[in-house]
Design a protein around this ligand. Sequence first.
Ligand SMILES: C[S@@+](CC[C@H](N)C(=O)[O-])C[C@H]1O[C@@H](n2cnc3c(N)ncnc32)[C@H](O)[C@@H]1O
Length: 622
Amino acid sequence: MSRTPVRQEIKRTHIGKRCKPVTMARIILLAKPKKVVTSKISPRPPQVAKPVTVAKVPKPSRSTSQSPKPISKPLKKENFWNRLAINGIPPQSPQSCEIAQAQVEQFKQQMQEYRGVGDGETSPDEIEESAYKEVEPLQLLQIYGPNRNMQARRNEINRGSEDGLEMVAASSLEEYYLSGGKMIPPTVQEFIGPLKINRVGDGRGRGLVLSSDVVAGELLLISNHIAKVSKMETEILEGNFALEAGCWTGSHILAEQLVGVLSAQAWRSSRSRAMLATLCSRGGEELPVPPISLFRNDDTQGNTGCDSDTPGRSHTPFDRNEITRLCGVVQCNAFGHTHVTRKNNKDMTRSWSCGLWILPSFMNHSCIPNVSTVVIGDAMIVVAARNLQCGDELTVAYFDIFRPLKERRASMLHSWNFVCQCPRCILEENMDDTLRLIAQAYSLRETEAALTVQVLHIEKQRSQRWDKSWSPYSVIDLAQLAEYIEKVLYQERLSRDERNWIRASFLSAYLADGKRLMVDVRGLEEPRRRSHARKTHIQTALAAAKSVTPGHPQTLQIAAVVLKRAIQAYGKKSFLVEKARKRALGICVRLFGPHREEVLDKIVEAAADDVLSSCVVFLSRP
Ligand SMILES: C[S@@+](CC[C@H](N)C(=O)[O-])C[C@H]1O[C@@H](n2cnc3c(N)ncnc32)[C@H](O)[C@@H]1O
């Protein structure tokens, strides 16, 4: 996800550099999704006796006329795999869920029948447990696909799915993705993967650390917000929010509102209060390491993460000191989130929200993060963006990391009071003499190009046609800077990754002939003016973005645009198109987690229009 601080993002939006004007859309929650495979078999009994094996069940007497046909041998887990393979049903599909569901039902029924004619020793709980055990391989399939270390995954599932949550999350979201973001987002069940909270050293306080190896694209965490406030674009346009000197003050009004909502929540719920107390309120604050179990929901709370009222319980309201601390907590931990949804085939609506997701707040920042986050409705979904090892710390980007070092440092110091010491920051620090002038030229040209595009948009809206006397020279100048950067990089002894990290700091220069600016300008330009374009750097931009953050909405968007262009140029059947598609799907998995190809294709399609993949940032200080 792009980590532009809310304020900065809006500012750029205002001058038309990156985004269309910001819209707000209140996302209403749906009831639980219809297809909940685990609902048939959950909740698992809290004190389950030894799981029943079919062998233990007494066989019915053959002489009994009403006795059901006995099961000749136990239902083997391999049967599920074989069945899937034979029927050619893709893993992780609703069909595989349905098979699992039917199989469990059948299994339960047969067990009941046995019980009816047997000694009655098998309790319903045991039957439930056996059925659960049968469906387990499909859960694994659903979530992780077929080629995984099954035992390790099973351990994770058993640990994390005491209430059978993961599959609900995985399957219910696909429907939403397939709608291209037109549906109301579903309520997603929470999930905590192989994670623990640890102290991470180097003055970074606590962080989320992996307790087992994971592969890129693996689902790590689904967390529902404890509180969120949103505003729609219409509300901004109606003047509820002021635009002051090119800076939208709305995000800070939202943050204030969030403090209000949180304090009310803490007043009525001791759990919310306890969870809020674990979060830091300023940079460098030393707080104890809370157990991760504190953040696991139990069934009484519906597993939605949103804390319920506790009627009859009286808590004291926050006093002045606590409110001050809460402001710090919001400042340090709240995520700003922009979301575009499609109202219909033509119209899009954009919303800005600000919320607090407790567990994701423990993730520290890196300018080359290793996880990605998307927000769908109330849920923040954290996915491994790279292959990671047990003991690795999860890192996210707190702000837009496609910026030069100086700007990144300003953001982190101003809002969170730390200096990132990731390898990319250290590299750029060491190359400061070389990069300083480039950064200055970049800043000027980028602003100029953004203004040009803005003017072109206004002009097009006014006259409905392209004024041929205009040439987007400032955009071309920016693209030229990319060529200069390439020359400089060529002279330095750098690894491929290091070159890409630096390119990513000047990403707009590489996109000036591509992506936003390119798309905007070319959208307005007459075809013959294409000759003005310099060498296209969009492929380089994609490689740079991928190397810095492989699971990021902006990376995905560039990949989607590359794919779109390849289709336009070579037709759908070309192998170049297939290559571009596979690359886009790979990024998509690193952002949204594992899904069927059909679903991933839909997300990529939507990403080209900036839909579905939300932009999540930590809220920066005004
Ligand atoms: C959202 S909290 C992250 C969790 C925090 N480490 C804790 O113990 O609660 C943000 C704070 O973590 C610290 N932090 C995050 N990323 C850091 C980094 N890369 N280097 C140093 N400190 C960092 C800063 O103090 C920042 O204000």
